[in-house]
Design a binder for this molecule. Structure first.
Ligand code: GDP
Length: 301
């Protein structure tokens, strides 16, 4: 989070910039508020949260047209934190529905968002917590995908169940969960293909993977991986996936490379699902639980 803070609070962070502009205005008039709103929109906050934030600030600040900087920051901090919603439960549900079953985490998202990397990092976190883990390479469309996952498995010291390129993704997912159950492991993490060619194609594929897994054990988490740098494209992807599967948590990757932290607020708001984890780099330890206070602090300093 220290690193993220540095990144978010750089001068190109749109939220921080909006606040800076607001505070440096000699008089806060309509034009200043309009610029403020425009800058918030460019930070991927979304129209609804932008309006709410602006209204709240307008109400609280600038009675005589001049904002008190200390007070402005406090109000913004309170309002941002409200939007991020620190009351949401962001823990991963890793309790198996039936004794003796592994918990199953299904990881979905468009290719390139950082799905496989996230699976690897998550395995690392769980192993460090003393849990046993098996990975399932259900992205069978690209040989390289299974290869990449197996490499992550080796790196963090867990087994990867995979099959030949072109095999049925659902059957690989089933085999992984089956192996997890037979070996008595705690968690099976299943990596899926993220081909978004058609919505029905995706729906059929992910629906089948989930149905087939659940012949063996219920899926306890469906994590949607989104690339924070993709802005509104990412939001479009998120909407499609949320229609197709019951997403239980969001992983926002590449937050280290994004100056647009607003996506956290927008995606949570629209999907009604908490951001649970964030990716802060390409390394094995660069996955962190999402921390609302740390996030707001990162933006506002
Ligand atoms: P997938 O196709 O969705 O499985 O994506 P990959 O896991 O292969 O990741 C795509 C690229 O994004 C790789 O080069 C990763 O190293 C990189 N990546 C993944 N997560 C992060 C992150 O949190 N920060 C940064 N900077 N890069 C990331």
């Amino acid at each position: 989070w220290a690193r993220l803070r540095r990144r978010l609070s750089t001068s190109n962070n749109a939220l921080a910039r909006a606040l800076g502009d607001l505070l440096s205005a000699d008089r806060i008039d309509e034009e200043v508020w309009e610029d403020f709103e425009t800058t918030l929109i460019t930070s991927d906050l979304g129209v609804g949260p932008t309006t709410e934030l602006t209204e709240a600030l307008r109400k609280e600040l600038a009675i005589d047209g001049v904002a008190d900087p200390a007070r402005a920051k406090d109000v913004l901090r309170t309002e941002l934190l409200k939007l991020v919603d620190p009351t949401l439960d962001r823990s991963l549900n890793l309790t198996p529905a039936n004794d003796g079953d592994p918990a199953v985490v299904l990881v979905v998202g468009v290719n390139g968002t950082g799905k496989t990397t996230t699976v690897g990092k998550l395995a690392r976190v769980l192993v460090a917590e003393g849990k046993s883990v098996v990975l399932g390479a259900a992205d069978t469309f690209r040989a390289a995908a299974a290869e990449q996952l197996a490499t992550w498995g080796e790196r963090v010291g867990v087994e990867t169940v995979r099959s030949d390129e072109g095999a049925d993704p659902a059957s690989v997912a089933f085999d992984a969960v089956d192996k997890g159950a037979r070996d008595g492991v705690d968690v099976v993490i299943v990596d899926t293909a993220g081909r978004l060619h058609t919505k029905t194609g995706l729906m059929d594929e992910l629906g089948k993977v989930k149905r087939v897994i659940e012949k063996k054990a219920p899926v306890s988490e469906v994590l949607l991986v989104l690339d924070a740098t993709t802005g509104q494209n990412g939001m479009t992807q998120a909407r499609i996936f949320a229609e197709v599967v019951d997403v239980t948590g969001i992983v926002l990757t590449k937050l280290d490379g994004s100056a647009k932290g607003g996506i956290v607020i927008q995606v949570q708001r629209e999907l009604g699902v908490p951001v649970k984890l964030v990716g802060l780099g390409e390394g094995v330890d660069d996955l962190a639980p999402f921390d609302p206070e740390g996030f707001v602090h990162g933006i506002l300093g």
